[in-house]
Design a protein around this ligand. Sequence first.
Ligand SMILES: *Cc1c(COP(=O)(O)O)cnc(C)c1O
Length: 379
Amino acid sequence: MNDIYLDHGATTPVHPKVFEKMTPFLQERFGNPSSLHSKGKIAKIPIEDARVYVAKALHTHPTRIVFTSGGTESDYTAIVGAALAQREKGKHIIISEIEHSAVFEAVDFLKQFDFEITYLPVNSQGIVEIDQLKQAIRNDTILISVMYVNNELGTIQPIQQIGDIAREKGILFHTDAVQAFPVMDIDVSTLPVDLLTVSSHKINGPKGVGALYIHKDVKIRPLIGGNQERNRRGGTENVPGIVGFGEAAKILTETREEKWQKAQQFKNRMIKIWKEKLGEEEFFINGDLHGVPSILNISFPSVDTQTMIVSLDMKKIAISGGSACAAGSIDVTRVIKALHLPDPIAKSAIRISFGYGNTLEDIERAAKEIVNIVNRKRK
Ligand SMILES: *Cc1c(COP(=O)(O)O)cnc(C)c1O
């Protein structure tokens, strides 16, 4: 029985080509990119190559890309960095109720500087309502942060519309695109965003590296001083990580479409199996079924989240109960709470997320194991 990994929303395995590209930088090419000797120089050039690949994947100029330690730092830098640079203009920030914890932590940090935060609710499909955003905007609003794709539900937020409103009002707009990047062709040259977060380990790159796109007219206060990354993020660069991230971005650009056509097929196949073997009243799809193909959030009300995760784990199938950060505790996640679902549905929500390496065979086995678990519980 092979392992079936269906938790790509939490993290993804490093692509073999990425690994190959990284190893020299853990060995003979160990130089510090800031050094003037040739050991340093041969570590500097690949960083700039990686920046080109990430920039290309987002349709922007490499100078707009700042490498960070991951999605969390990019979110934090975008929000705290932009807010502190803008504090003379106003102290009101709007985020959605379903943001990643990194965004929640960042706005919490800003409360000590007297920033006020509005948390936008979402509708029953897990999507921010534009009318509510319009009502939340004040004269002193300086920043809006709404994620592109939700990590637990896979719902796609109306980023274009939110960005248009923000531009019209002269408010900065940040989007956490960590879960959008693996699936969608993001074009920041046309999308009305000022700051955009991506992470390497959600696209088959290594952990501990990510990037923040910063629009050319936007000033941020760096959180970590130092002259690397054009004075926007200090510290000796994570050379192997950045090189790996660049390679992962390059591979992603070439293979994204094919990969997600497959994921859509997986999602449809699973749902079909459950419809046939359990019946439509035995499960509920949480969030919008038209969300990204990579993520499926679903509840089987007869089996609670924890029981389902543990039972599948015994069959070597890895899924999650929403975000990885909330796992380990059986509490209903903040995102699921925001949907205001009936208790049995909320308490049985699971997230299945597809990626590189999954096969239709695996998907069918996983779907059938779930059927067995549900049937055992129902008896
Ligand atoms: C994983 C994730 C993050 C955090 O990224 P790290 O690189 O793990 O710090 C942020 N936002 C979303 C939506 C994520 O899925």
